[in-house]
Design a protein around this ligand. Structure first.
Ligand code: ADP
Ligand code: ZN
Length: 528
């Protein structure tokens, strides 16, 4: 056990230097700290890596009493507390991982005024025992970390967080500081309303992460594309690869290992010990790659993650931004790379269609997905679009893929009409629905077994689309889906028209598309 020294209270800047060993506050940290030290409530929106922790840790040390930190990150509490103790800060936590004796010891420390910071899992506050414990001690402040968890509009809603509005009623004099790295206007407003922080001072930092290069590629052979990226730009670098499913996490990790890259899997299906071991290795060792579902990463503070790669489309821009934000916390150049394709759109739409919850919930998921798709298909600067989503203005960055190699846009109206009328014909003449693959085969005039089986070479639209390559047609389908001019339906992802398709078919609407990049030619050495 490390020797735990008493930290003398003092001026915030003294605490910053003496306890944390930093020279100066960053960004708005000083103002936030002073505001909370003075007893004010605060709502802090700051990107991942921006330095939110100090915003409540320093006031907790300066104000009399114990700073109570509510955090959903139970798995990280031990690490956070250990790190603080190593700095001489008296920190403890209460959560479900502890046995009775451990909890009682922390409670005793709290009551004796022997703690500076107490981390609590949100569900603790549902129990009257915990609330009365807090009554009997002195609370310096409440810090509500990952505050977007209270927002149903966000991507990480936790019902436990709704109870946090009661903090203010029970302890009206104790300042509260809510912090999050998620900052759309809608989430922001919902956090303020649900936590009753409308009268708090709101601190909104810039969400720009200038050292991160955002790139979104068309998916053709994702594992191979990933391997190319790692070999050519990130050899020996630490990074995170996100996949949608546990199975693809496993397969991708194995693939990387087979190709000489040290990669570890991480997903909720692994036993707790393996997960903890893999996470610990990633944090401690250099140059490891973690292949994970989005279960990995919240609260992970590894400064030198050089790349974050997504092999599947994230469900929302919030999620994408948080996940990519784990790259480059040290401020050095880092890559956020995403591969996405038609199948992602089909799959995500299907997930929404079959998701639990009411229509309002499905509409919300659809709006999230549409915003993400618009980011993927934009021909503007990615950063401009990303920040605009968070309500922030910026100039073209000159560093993202669209700035570096501006994609062309082309008038895809005729192509869209050909595709949509193929869908219409199958429906009207044959009462049939098909997925993108068959529609594209018909447009390209391919006499595949399935085309012959269904007699599709007899359709008047058979072979009317030979001016485009298959990859281009897939791009057309993807972009029509993204623009809501086409929809997918059912288990097999069959294509159907939307309310807006008619405008295109009648020539009342122009369709601008992003040109597909040439498909890279494959080499004989291509790993499989
Ligand atoms: P967030 O919670 O916003 O993601 P953290 O509080 O974990 O960010 O801080 C990110 C990193 O920046 C940490 O390594 C932290 O020690 C460091 N940091 C925070 N504030 C400062 C500062 N004023 N000077 C130097 N480093 C800082
Ligand atoms: Zn740019």
């Amino acid at each position: 056990v490390a020797a735990v020294a008493d930290v003398e209270p003092g001026l915030p800047v003294d605490v910053l230097r003496r306890v944390f060993g930093y020279d100066a506050f960053r960004g708005e940290q000083r103002e936030i700290v002073e505001h909370v030290v003075g007893g004010g409530d605060a709502l802090v929106l700051m990107p991942t890596g921006g330095g939110k922790s100090l915003c409540y840790q320093i006031p907790a040390l300066v104000r009399p009493g114990v700073g109570v930190v509510i955090s959903p990150l139970i798995a990280l509490m031990q690490d956070q507390v250990d790190a603080l103790r190593a700095l001489g800060v008296r920190a403890g936590f209460l959560n479900s991982t502890q046995d009775f004796d451990e909890r009682r010891m922390v409670e005793a420390e709290f009551l004796a005024g022997e703690l500076d910071l107490l981390y609590l899992a949100p569900e603790r506050l549902q129990s009257e025992a915990t609330l009365s414990l807090l009554d009997r001690g002195e609370v310096a402040l409440f810090a509500i970390d990952e505050a977007h968890c209270v927002a149903s509009w966000g991507h990480d809603f936790r019902p436990d967080y709704l109870a946090l509005s009661a903090l203010h009623e029970r302890w009206p004099k104790v300042p509260r500081i809510a912090l999050t790295a998620t900052a759309t206007k809608a989430t922001h407003a919902e956090i303020a309303a649900r936590l009753k922080l409308e009268d708090a001072r709101h601190f909104v930092a810039s969400f720009d992460r200038p050292n991160i290069q955002y790139r979104i590629a068309t998916k053709n052979d994702p594992k191979k594309q990933l391997l190319d990226l790692l070999r050519t730009e990130h050899a020996g670098d630490a990074g995170i690869v996100y996949c949608l499913s546990r199975a693809s996490v496993e397969k991708t990790a194995e693939f990387l290992v087979r190709n000489g890259i040290e990669a570890l899997p991480y997903h909720a299906g692994l036993d707790a010990r393996t997960r903890a071991a893999n996470q610990a290795r990633f944090l401690r060792e250099d140059g490891l790659v973690v292949v994970a579902t989005i279960a990995f990463g919240m609260g992970i503070d590894k400064p030198d993650v050089r790349f974050v790669a997504h092999l599947d489309l994230p469900k929302s821009i919030e999620g994408y931004y948080q996940e990519t934000g784990r790259a480059g916390r040290d401020g050095l150049p880092s890559t956020a790379w995403l591969a996405y394709g038609l199948q992602d759109v089909v799959q995500q739409r299907k997930l929404i269609e079959t998701s639990e919850g009411d229509d309002a919930h499905r509409r919300r998921l659809t709006a999230h997905l549409d915003a993400m798709l618009a980011l993927c298909e934009t021909i503007d600067c990615r950063r401009v679009r990303l920040l605009a989503y968070f309500g922030q203005h910026s100039e073209r960055c000159g560093n993202c893929d669209t700035c570096l190699t501006p994609p062309e846009s082309w008038d895809g109206t005729v192509a869209a009409q050909k595709l949509l009328s193929t869908v219409v014909r199958l429906k009207r003449e044959r009462n049939q629905k098909f997925g993108a693959g068959q529609i594209i085969d018909i447009l390209l005039g391919r006499k595949t077994a399935k085309v012959i089986q269904f007699d599709h070479d007899a359709l008047s639209v058979f072979g009317i689309g030979t001016e485009l390559r298959e990859a281009e047609w897939r791009g057309v389908v993807r972009q029509l889906l993204a623009q809501d001019l086409l929809a997918v339906e059912g288990e097999y992802g069959t294509l159907v028209l939307t309310d807006s398709s008619g405008e295109v078919l009648r020539g009342q609407r122009q369709v601008m598309l992003r040109r597909e990049p040439e498909r890279p030619t494959r080499t004989a050495k291509e790993p499989k």
